[in-house]
Design a protein around this ligand. Structure first.
Ligand code: SF4
Length: 457
Protein backbone atom coordinates (compact mmCIF):
# COMPACT_ATOMS: atom_id res chain seq x y z
CA UNK A 1 0.00 0.00 0.00
CA UNK A 2 2.83 2.41 0.71
CA UNK A 3 5.64 3.24 3.06
CA UNK A 4 5.86 5.14 6.33
CA UNK A 5 8.48 6.59 8.63
CA UNK A 6 7.92 7.65 12.25
CA UNK A 7 10.20 10.26 13.82
CA UNK A 8 9.90 10.59 17.61
CA UNK A 9 10.79 13.51 19.86
CA UNK A 10 10.91 13.70 23.63
CA UNK A 11 10.55 11.30 26.51
CA UNK A 12 10.33 7.52 26.78
CA UNK A 13 6.53 7.66 26.86
CA UNK A 14 6.58 9.41 23.48
CA UNK A 15 9.03 6.82 22.14
CA UNK A 16 6.65 4.08 23.33
CA UNK A 17 3.75 5.80 21.57
CA UNK A 18 5.90 5.96 18.43
CA UNK A 19 6.46 2.19 18.59
CA UNK A 20 2.69 1.67 18.90
CA UNK A 21 2.08 3.98 15.91
CA UNK A 22 4.55 1.94 13.86
CA UNK A 23 2.63 -1.18 14.79
CA UNK A 24 -0.69 0.43 13.75
CA UNK A 25 0.69 1.49 10.37
CA UNK A 26 2.23 -1.92 9.74
CA UNK A 27 -1.13 -3.51 10.62
CA UNK A 28 -2.67 -1.38 7.86
CA UNK A 29 -0.28 -2.93 5.35
CA UNK A 30 2.26 -0.10 5.10
CA UNK A 31 5.95 -0.94 5.10
CA UNK A 32 8.58 0.85 7.16
CA UNK A 33 10.95 3.07 5.12
CA UNK A 34 14.49 3.46 6.41
CA UNK A 35 14.48 7.28 6.25
CA UNK A 36 11.94 10.10 6.16
CA UNK A 37 13.24 11.06 2.72
CA UNK A 38 12.07 7.74 1.27
CA UNK A 39 8.66 7.46 2.93
CA UNK A 40 5.26 8.28 1.48
CA UNK A 41 3.78 8.99 4.91
CA UNK A 42 5.96 10.63 7.55
CA UNK A 43 4.62 10.76 11.10
CA UNK A 44 6.19 13.30 13.44
CA UNK A 45 5.42 12.26 17.00
CA UNK A 46 6.14 15.47 18.90
CA UNK A 47 6.96 16.70 22.40
CA UNK A 48 6.02 20.07 23.92
CA UNK A 49 7.66 19.95 27.30
CA UNK A 50 9.83 23.01 26.54
CA UNK A 51 9.72 25.76 23.94
CA UNK A 52 12.80 24.25 22.31
CA UNK A 53 10.89 20.95 21.86
CA UNK A 54 8.25 22.90 19.89
CA UNK A 55 10.99 24.57 17.87
CA UNK A 56 12.61 21.18 17.07
CA UNK A 57 9.28 19.84 15.79
CA UNK A 58 8.70 22.87 13.52
CA UNK A 59 12.25 22.60 12.17
CA UNK A 60 11.73 18.87 11.46
CA UNK A 61 8.51 19.58 9.52
CA UNK A 62 10.32 22.12 7.35
CA UNK A 63 13.33 19.83 6.86
CA UNK A 64 11.20 16.84 5.80
CA UNK A 65 9.02 18.93 3.50
CA UNK A 66 12.16 20.24 1.81
CA UNK A 67 13.77 16.80 1.47
CA UNK A 68 10.64 14.94 0.48
CA UNK A 69 8.02 17.41 -0.87
CA UNK A 70 5.69 14.62 -2.00
CA UNK A 71 5.37 13.04 1.44
CA UNK A 72 2.18 13.27 3.50
CA UNK A 73 3.40 14.76 6.78
CA UNK A 74 1.22 13.80 9.69
CA UNK A 75 1.94 15.54 12.99
CA UNK A 76 0.84 13.97 16.26
CA UNK A 77 1.94 13.83 19.91
CA UNK A 78 1.98 16.37 22.73
CA UNK A 79 2.74 19.49 20.65
CA UNK A 80 -0.08 18.51 18.24
CA UNK A 81 -2.45 18.21 21.18
CA UNK A 82 -1.43 21.58 22.66
CA UNK A 83 -1.10 23.75 19.54
CA UNK A 84 -2.84 21.96 16.68
CA UNK A 85 -3.89 25.12 14.81
CA UNK A 86 -0.36 26.54 14.92
CA UNK A 87 1.01 23.33 13.36
CA UNK A 88 -1.76 23.03 10.78
CA UNK A 89 -0.66 26.35 9.23
CA UNK A 90 2.90 25.15 8.58
CA UNK A 91 3.62 24.50 4.93
CA UNK A 92 3.83 20.81 4.09
CA UNK A 93 1.66 19.46 6.92
CA UNK A 94 -1.11 17.14 5.65
CA UNK A 95 -2.87 16.30 8.89
CA UNK A 96 -2.61 17.12 12.60
CA UNK A 97 -3.79 14.46 15.04
CA UNK A 98 -3.83 15.20 18.78
CA UNK A 99 -2.96 12.65 21.46
CA UNK A 100 -6.73 12.30 21.85
CA UNK A 101 -6.91 10.44 18.50
CA UNK A 102 -3.40 9.04 18.21
CA UNK A 103 -4.66 5.51 18.83
CA UNK A 104 -6.67 5.77 15.56
CA UNK A 105 -3.82 6.96 13.42
CA UNK A 106 -3.52 3.72 11.45
CA UNK A 107 -7.21 3.88 10.51
CA UNK A 108 -6.81 7.52 9.48
CA UNK A 109 -3.99 6.73 7.12
CA UNK A 110 -5.89 3.76 5.71
CA UNK A 111 -9.02 5.85 5.24
CA UNK A 112 -7.11 8.45 3.25
CA UNK A 113 -4.97 6.10 1.21
CA UNK A 114 -2.03 7.63 -0.58
CA UNK A 115 -3.88 10.39 -2.37
CA UNK A 116 -2.50 13.88 -2.86
CA UNK A 117 -1.64 15.69 0.39
CA UNK A 118 -4.00 18.60 -0.29
CA UNK A 119 -6.97 16.30 -0.44
CA UNK A 120 -6.32 14.63 2.90
CA UNK A 121 -9.52 14.80 4.85
CA UNK A 122 -10.13 12.70 7.93
CA UNK A 123 -12.95 10.72 6.33
CA UNK A 124 -13.34 8.31 9.20
CA UNK A 125 -13.95 11.20 11.56
CA UNK A 126 -16.36 13.37 9.64
CA UNK A 127 -19.09 11.53 11.47
CA UNK A 128 -17.55 12.39 14.84
CA UNK A 129 -18.06 16.16 15.04
CA UNK A 130 -16.57 16.49 18.53
CA UNK A 131 -13.25 15.35 17.21
CA UNK A 132 -13.01 17.36 14.03
CA UNK A 133 -11.98 20.92 13.38
CA UNK A 134 -12.00 21.63 9.67
CA UNK A 135 -9.29 23.70 8.01
CA UNK A 136 -9.73 27.44 7.60
CA UNK A 137 -10.92 28.27 4.06
CA UNK A 138 -9.04 31.59 3.95
CA UNK A 139 -5.63 30.31 5.07
CA UNK A 140 -4.39 27.00 3.75
CA UNK A 141 -4.40 24.80 6.80
CA UNK A 142 -4.15 21.07 7.19
CA UNK A 143 -7.14 19.33 8.76
CA UNK A 144 -6.93 18.91 12.50
CA UNK A 145 -8.29 16.09 14.62
CA UNK A 146 -8.12 16.90 18.28
CA UNK A 147 -10.49 16.53 21.19
CA UNK A 148 -10.61 17.05 24.96
CA UNK A 149 -7.79 14.85 26.19
CA UNK A 150 -9.42 14.45 29.60
CA UNK A 151 -12.30 12.60 27.94
CA UNK A 152 -9.96 9.90 26.64
CA UNK A 153 -9.10 6.66 28.32
CA UNK A 154 -7.03 4.81 25.73
CA UNK A 155 -3.48 3.78 26.52
CA UNK A 156 -1.21 2.90 23.65
CA UNK A 157 1.42 0.39 24.58
CA UNK A 158 4.16 -1.22 22.55
CA UNK A 159 7.66 -2.04 23.72
CA UNK A 160 10.22 0.46 22.50
CA UNK A 161 13.97 0.23 22.01
CA UNK A 162 16.65 2.90 22.25
CA UNK A 163 17.84 3.76 18.77
CA UNK A 164 21.50 3.18 19.65
CA UNK A 165 20.98 -0.28 21.16
CA UNK A 166 17.96 -1.71 19.43
CA UNK A 167 18.74 -5.24 20.49
CA UNK A 168 18.52 -4.71 24.24
CA UNK A 169 16.53 -3.20 27.12
CA UNK A 170 13.01 -2.80 25.70
CA UNK A 171 10.96 -0.14 27.40
CA UNK A 172 7.43 -1.08 28.34
CA UNK A 173 5.01 1.78 29.03
CA UNK A 174 2.45 0.57 31.56
CA UNK A 175 0.91 3.91 32.54
CA UNK A 176 0.08 7.21 30.79
CA UNK A 177 -1.24 10.62 31.86
CA UNK A 178 -1.12 12.35 35.23
CA UNK A 179 -3.70 13.59 37.76
CA UNK A 180 -1.30 16.06 39.38
CA UNK A 181 -1.14 19.70 38.36
CA UNK A 182 2.45 20.81 38.91
CA UNK A 183 2.27 24.48 38.03
CA UNK A 184 5.08 24.36 35.44
CA UNK A 185 3.98 21.21 33.67
CA UNK A 186 2.02 20.94 30.44
CA UNK A 187 1.87 17.13 30.45
CA UNK A 188 -1.56 16.67 32.10
CA UNK A 189 -3.08 19.00 29.48
CA UNK A 190 -1.66 17.00 26.58
CA UNK A 191 -1.74 13.47 27.97
CA UNK A 192 -4.85 13.55 30.13
CA UNK A 193 -5.73 11.66 33.30
CA UNK A 194 -3.70 8.80 34.69
CA UNK A 195 -4.52 5.41 33.22
CA UNK A 196 -2.89 2.03 33.55
CA UNK A 197 -2.31 -0.97 31.36
CA UNK A 198 -4.22 -3.83 33.04
CA UNK A 199 -2.10 -6.43 34.81
CA UNK A 200 -2.95 -9.24 32.38
CA UNK A 201 -1.75 -7.13 29.45
CA UNK A 202 1.44 -6.17 31.23
CA UNK A 203 2.19 -9.83 31.96
CA UNK A 204 1.44 -10.78 28.38
CA UNK A 205 3.85 -8.12 27.07
CA UNK A 206 6.56 -9.16 29.54
CA UNK A 207 6.16 -12.85 28.62
CA UNK A 208 6.50 -12.01 24.96
CA UNK A 209 9.67 -9.97 25.47
CA UNK A 210 11.18 -12.68 27.67
CA UNK A 211 10.32 -15.29 25.03
CA UNK A 212 12.20 -13.12 22.53
CA UNK A 213 15.29 -13.38 24.71
CA UNK A 214 15.48 -9.98 26.35
CA UNK A 215 17.45 -9.88 29.59
CA UNK A 216 16.40 -6.49 30.94
CA UNK A 217 13.05 -4.69 30.70
CA UNK A 218 12.42 -1.08 31.67
CA UNK A 219 8.98 -0.29 33.09
CA UNK A 220 7.94 3.26 32.33
CA UNK A 221 5.05 5.70 32.56
CA UNK A 222 4.34 9.40 32.92
CA UNK A 223 3.55 8.94 36.61
CA UNK A 224 4.52 5.29 37.00
CA UNK A 225 4.01 5.11 40.77
CA UNK A 226 0.28 5.75 40.25
CA UNK A 227 -0.12 2.53 38.27
CA UNK A 228 -3.34 0.72 39.19
CA UNK A 229 -5.24 3.59 40.85
CA UNK A 230 -7.64 3.93 37.90
CA UNK A 231 -8.33 0.21 37.54
CA UNK A 232 -11.62 -0.01 39.37
CA UNK A 233 -11.83 -3.79 39.20
CA UNK A 234 -8.80 -4.32 41.45
CA UNK A 235 -7.05 -2.71 44.38
CA UNK A 236 -3.62 -3.44 42.92
CA UNK A 237 -0.92 -0.83 43.35
CA UNK A 238 2.47 -0.40 41.67
CA UNK A 239 4.21 -2.65 44.19
CA UNK A 240 1.63 -5.39 43.44
CA UNK A 241 2.40 -5.03 39.75
CA UNK A 242 6.10 -5.60 40.45
CA UNK A 243 5.35 -8.59 42.69
CA UNK A 244 3.15 -10.11 40.01
CA UNK A 245 5.77 -9.65 37.29
CA UNK A 246 8.42 -11.26 39.50
CA UNK A 247 6.20 -14.18 40.48
CA UNK A 248 4.44 -14.85 37.19
CA UNK A 249 7.11 -14.19 34.58
CA UNK A 250 10.76 -15.18 34.30
CA UNK A 251 12.10 -11.74 33.38
CA UNK A 252 15.79 -11.74 34.41
CA UNK A 253 16.04 -8.02 35.30
CA UNK A 254 13.39 -5.36 35.72
CA UNK A 255 14.30 -1.68 35.88
CA UNK A 256 11.89 0.88 37.31
CA UNK A 257 12.02 4.27 35.59
CA UNK A 258 10.96 7.51 37.31
CA UNK A 259 8.70 7.21 40.40
CA UNK A 260 7.55 10.29 42.36
CA UNK A 261 9.05 10.55 45.87
CA UNK A 262 5.88 9.84 47.87
CA UNK A 263 5.25 6.69 45.84
CA UNK A 264 8.52 5.22 47.12
CA UNK A 265 6.68 3.49 49.96
CA UNK A 266 8.58 1.39 52.51
CA UNK A 267 7.02 -1.65 50.84
CA UNK A 268 8.35 -0.66 47.41
CA UNK A 269 11.82 0.07 48.79
CA UNK A 270 11.88 -3.30 50.61
CA UNK A 271 10.83 -5.18 47.47
CA UNK A 272 13.39 -3.40 45.28
CA UNK A 273 16.11 -4.10 47.85
CA UNK A 274 15.18 -7.76 48.36
CA UNK A 275 14.79 -8.89 44.77
CA UNK A 276 17.95 -9.60 42.78
CA UNK A 277 15.72 -9.28 39.68
CA UNK A 278 15.00 -5.58 40.28
CA UNK A 279 17.80 -3.26 39.15
CA UNK A 280 19.28 -1.26 41.99
CA UNK A 281 18.27 2.08 40.58
CA UNK A 282 15.88 4.74 41.88
CA UNK A 283 14.98 7.80 39.82
CA UNK A 284 13.08 10.19 42.09
CA UNK A 285 12.08 13.64 40.72
CA UNK A 286 13.08 16.40 43.14
CA UNK A 287 12.60 19.67 41.16
CA UNK A 288 13.58 21.95 44.06
CA UNK A 289 15.03 21.74 47.56
CA UNK A 290 13.22 24.93 48.64
CA UNK A 291 9.95 24.37 50.48
CA UNK A 292 8.65 27.72 49.23
CA UNK A 293 9.37 26.87 45.58
CA UNK A 294 7.95 23.33 45.91
CA UNK A 295 4.70 24.89 47.18
CA UNK A 296 4.61 27.30 44.23
CA UNK A 297 5.23 24.33 41.96
CA UNK A 298 2.25 22.55 43.56
CA UNK A 299 4.48 19.59 44.34
CA UNK A 300 2.91 17.40 47.00
CA UNK A 301 5.90 16.78 49.27
CA UNK A 302 8.17 18.93 51.37
CA UNK A 303 12.00 18.80 51.15
CA UNK A 304 12.18 16.83 54.41
CA UNK A 305 9.79 14.17 53.01
CA UNK A 306 12.01 13.88 49.97
CA UNK A 307 15.17 13.63 52.05
CA UNK A 308 13.62 10.89 54.20
CA UNK A 309 12.68 8.82 51.14
CA UNK A 310 16.15 9.10 49.60
CA UNK A 311 17.88 8.19 52.86
CA UNK A 312 15.64 5.12 53.20
CA UNK A 313 16.40 4.03 49.63
CA UNK A 314 20.11 4.48 50.27
CA UNK A 315 19.99 2.62 53.60
CA UNK A 316 18.21 -0.32 51.95
CA UNK A 317 20.40 -0.37 48.80
CA UNK A 318 23.83 1.12 49.48
CA UNK A 319 25.06 0.48 45.93
CA UNK A 320 21.97 1.75 44.14
CA UNK A 321 22.07 4.47 41.52
CA UNK A 322 19.93 7.33 42.82
CA UNK A 323 18.99 10.10 40.41
CA UNK A 324 16.66 13.07 40.26
CA UNK A 325 15.20 15.65 37.92
CA UNK A 326 15.93 19.14 39.20
CA UNK A 327 14.59 22.41 37.82
CA UNK A 328 16.43 25.71 38.14
CA UNK A 329 15.07 29.18 37.39
CA UNK A 330 11.44 28.55 38.38
CA UNK A 331 9.68 31.97 38.68
CA UNK A 332 10.55 33.63 41.97
CA UNK A 333 13.51 31.31 42.73
CA UNK A 334 15.86 33.47 44.80
CA UNK A 335 19.53 32.87 45.55
CA UNK A 336 18.42 31.58 48.95
CA UNK A 337 15.97 29.09 47.36
CA UNK A 338 18.65 27.89 45.00
CA UNK A 339 21.11 27.51 47.85
CA UNK A 340 18.61 25.27 49.65
CA UNK A 341 18.38 23.09 46.53
CA UNK A 342 22.15 22.95 46.17
CA UNK A 343 22.69 22.12 49.84
CA UNK A 344 20.05 19.37 49.80
CA UNK A 345 21.65 17.81 46.74
CA UNK A 346 25.08 18.04 48.32
CA UNK A 347 24.06 16.10 51.41
CA UNK A 348 22.06 13.40 49.61
CA UNK A 349 23.65 10.31 48.03
CA UNK A 350 22.77 11.11 44.43
CA UNK A 351 24.74 9.36 41.72
CA UNK A 352 23.41 11.46 38.82
CA UNK A 353 21.06 14.39 38.14
CA UNK A 354 19.04 15.60 35.19
CA UNK A 355 19.16 19.37 35.55
CA UNK A 356 16.59 21.41 33.59
CA UNK A 357 16.32 25.14 33.18
CA UNK A 358 12.73 26.31 33.62
CA UNK A 359 10.91 26.88 30.33
CA UNK A 360 7.60 28.76 30.42
CA UNK A 361 4.76 26.78 28.77
CA UNK A 362 1.68 28.64 27.55
CA UNK A 363 -1.42 27.78 29.55
CA UNK A 364 0.38 26.58 32.67
CA UNK A 365 -0.08 28.53 35.95
CA UNK A 366 3.62 29.30 36.30
CA UNK A 367 3.69 31.05 32.90
CA UNK A 368 1.71 33.88 34.48
CA UNK A 369 3.79 34.11 37.67
CA UNK A 370 5.79 37.28 38.32
CA UNK A 371 9.55 37.34 38.93
CA UNK A 372 10.67 35.22 35.99
CA UNK A 373 14.36 34.49 36.59
CA UNK A 374 16.80 36.01 34.07
CA UNK A 375 18.11 33.35 31.67
CA UNK A 376 21.77 34.00 32.52
CA UNK A 377 21.15 33.45 36.24
CA UNK A 378 19.20 30.24 35.57
CA UNK A 379 21.97 28.95 33.31
CA UNK A 380 24.56 29.66 35.99
CA UNK A 381 22.53 27.69 38.54
CA UNK A 382 22.21 24.87 36.04
CA UNK A 383 26.00 24.79 35.62
CA UNK A 384 26.60 24.69 39.39
CA UNK A 385 24.31 21.70 39.81
CA UNK A 386 25.72 19.83 36.84
CA UNK A 387 29.23 20.22 38.26
CA UNK A 388 28.07 19.03 41.66
CA UNK A 389 26.37 16.02 40.03
CA UNK A 390 29.53 15.16 38.07
CA UNK A 391 31.66 15.12 41.21
CA UNK A 392 29.10 12.96 43.06
CA UNK A 393 29.00 10.55 40.17
CA UNK A 394 32.76 10.28 40.15
CA UNK A 395 32.98 9.39 43.85
CA UNK A 396 30.17 6.86 43.43
CA UNK A 397 32.02 5.21 40.55
CA UNK A 398 35.35 5.11 42.39
CA UNK A 399 33.91 2.95 45.16
CA UNK A 400 33.60 0.07 42.65
CA UNK A 401 37.29 -0.04 41.68
CA UNK A 402 38.54 -3.57 42.26
CA UNK A 403 35.06 -5.03 42.80
CA UNK A 404 32.59 -6.82 40.53
CA UNK A 405 29.27 -5.67 39.05
CA UNK A 406 26.56 -7.38 36.99
CA UNK A 407 26.02 -5.77 33.60
CA UNK A 408 24.21 -6.20 30.31
CA UNK A 409 26.14 -5.82 27.06
CA UNK A 410 24.69 -3.20 24.70
CA UNK A 411 26.80 -2.50 21.65
CA UNK A 412 30.33 -2.73 20.32
CA UNK A 413 32.29 0.53 20.35
CA UNK A 414 35.67 1.74 19.12
CA UNK A 415 39.00 0.12 20.07
CA UNK A 416 37.52 -3.39 20.10
CA UNK A 417 35.52 -2.69 23.20
CA UNK A 418 31.90 -3.30 24.15
CA UNK A 419 29.63 -0.93 26.03
CA UNK A 420 27.50 -2.41 28.79
CA UNK A 421 25.14 -1.07 31.44
CA UNK A 422 25.46 -2.18 35.05
CA UNK A 423 22.43 -3.00 37.19
CA UNK A 424 23.13 0.20 39.09
CA UNK A 425 23.01 2.27 35.91
CA UNK A 426 26.69 2.82 35.17
CA UNK A 427 28.07 2.93 31.68
CA UNK A 428 30.74 0.20 31.50
CA UNK A 429 33.36 -0.39 28.84
CA UNK A 430 34.59 -3.95 28.50
CA UNK A 431 37.62 -5.21 26.61
CA UNK A 432 36.68 -7.35 23.59
CA UNK A 433 33.90 -7.49 21.03
CA UNK A 434 30.99 -9.13 22.81
CA UNK A 435 27.50 -9.83 21.47
CA UNK A 436 24.68 -7.56 22.64
CA UNK A 437 22.13 -8.61 25.28
CA UNK A 438 24.44 -10.80 27.35
CA UNK A 439 24.20 -10.57 31.15
CA UNK A 440 27.64 -10.98 32.72
CA UNK A 441 29.82 -10.15 35.70
CA UNK A 442 32.71 -7.73 35.24
CA UNK A 443 35.62 -6.70 37.43
CA UNK A 444 36.08 -2.93 37.45
CA UNK A 445 39.64 -1.63 37.17
CA UNK A 446 39.34 2.07 36.27
CA UNK A 447 37.17 5.06 35.41
CA UNK A 448 37.51 6.72 32.01
CA UNK A 449 35.49 9.88 31.35
CA UNK A 450 31.98 9.09 32.56
CA UNK A 451 32.37 5.30 32.20
CA UNK A 452 33.65 2.47 34.33
CA UNK A 453 36.18 0.22 32.63
CA UNK A 454 36.46 -3.48 33.37
CA UNK A 455 37.01 -7.03 32.21
CA UNK A 456 34.60 -9.95 32.08
CA UNK A 457 35.10 -12.35 35.00
S1 SF4 B 1 3.84 14.73 38.43
FE1 SF4 B 1 3.86 16.93 37.94
S2 SF4 B 1 5.69 17.13 36.63
FE2 SF4 B 1 5.16 14.95 36.61
S3 SF4 B 1 3.80 14.71 34.82
FE3 SF4 B 1 2.48 15.04 36.61
S4 SF4 B 1 2.09 17.26 36.59
FE4 SF4 B 1 3.87 16.89 35.27
Amino acid sequence: MGSFYVENFGCRATQADGAAIERQLADQGLSRASTAAEAEVVVLNTCTVTSSADHDARAAIRRIHRLNPGARILVTGCYAQRASEEISAIDGVSLVVGNSHKHQLGELVAANGLVSPDSWIPVAFLTAPDGVVQGDAAVRRAPVIVDDIFAHTQLMAAPVFDSDNEKTRPNLKVQDGCNNRCSFCVIPYVRGRSRSLPLAEVLQNVDQLVANGYQELVLSGINLGRWGRDLAATRDRFVDLLQAILERTSVPLLRISSVEPMDWSDELIALAAASPRIAKHAHVPLQSGSDRILRHMHRRYRPWHYEDRIQRIHAAMAQAAIGADVMVGFPGETDEDFEQTRALIERLPFTYLHVFTYSSRPGTPSAAMPDQVPVQRARERNRILRELAASKKRSFQEQFLGSTLRALTLTQIADRRTEALTGNYQKLWLAGELPANRMLTARIHSVEGDALVGVVE
